[in-house]
Design a protein around this ligand. Sequence first.
Ligand code: NAD
Length: 271
Amino acid sequence: MRELVGKTAFVTGGAGGIGLALGRAFARAGMKVMLADIEADALQAAVKGLREISPDVSGIICDVADAASVERAAQAAFDAFGKVHVVCNNAGVAAGGGIDHISLDNWRWVIDVNLMGVVHGIKSFLPHIRAHGEGGHIVNTASMAGMQTGLGFSPYGASKFAVVSMSEGLSHQLKPHGIGVSVLCPSYVRTRIGESGRNRQERYGPTQPLDPASPAAALVADLARNIDAGLEPDAVAARVLAAIRQDDLYIFTHPESRAEVEPRFAAILAA
Ligand code: NAD
């Protein structure tokens, strides 16, 4: 989708962080925007802020873990816009701490929001985008935690690997229909979740002591450097807009990429 002016966008997790930055970037690009979020007060503040850029910004309360709630929000977007072109399945939560710290309830919560939330968004919007025939773009927010291991027994990593895999498959399926799919894979971004990830690392550290001379230790040091080089959410949103215009599948926001990281993991696993 090269031309975004006059098009419409629906963004989950839009009340803060990366989602709000996406809404801001879309509004600045001349698009109509609907932000969806579970946090009512933050959502209201976000919509108020973006209306200073454009009057065509609205908000809807939505729990992405609940299929019916996403269906209702999608219907509200169809009613408001007529046609929805860009859908960002971006809402996410994090719970960490390894096998001894994460309860089954936390596992289900993270999977329900981070993975099923994306599934619900796709199921609710895709038939509509196919039917209106003007093309569209779906952006699913994963993480570098969906590209590289290292988070241990983590629902966050598991959910994000699943989002990457699903997005890759969907991209191939939808390309012939003029619908693009991107998967956003950031490392540390300066948001609430970003800060919690940093703190978790500080709290738990690596799960096993590493030989400082090992390739694994070098990789962990590289990842730590990336964590220190946190990005502002607006910079991430700018990358997403470029990816929509160029129809890129992968959106990497930090220097490391899957192509760089995977051979290093393969070497570590083979050693
Ligand atoms: P954030 O906490 O600022 O934003 C997440 C938003 O999702 C919040 O507004 C929250 O209210 C909303 N949300 C949570 N549960 C929801 C639910 N059930 N239904 C609807 N909305 C819900 O954090 P962020 O960094 O902006 O996170 C956005 C996405 O980026 C997430 O999917 C996250 O996993 C991913 N991500 C973030 C980083 C980072 O470093 N910040 C790195 C990689 C990936």
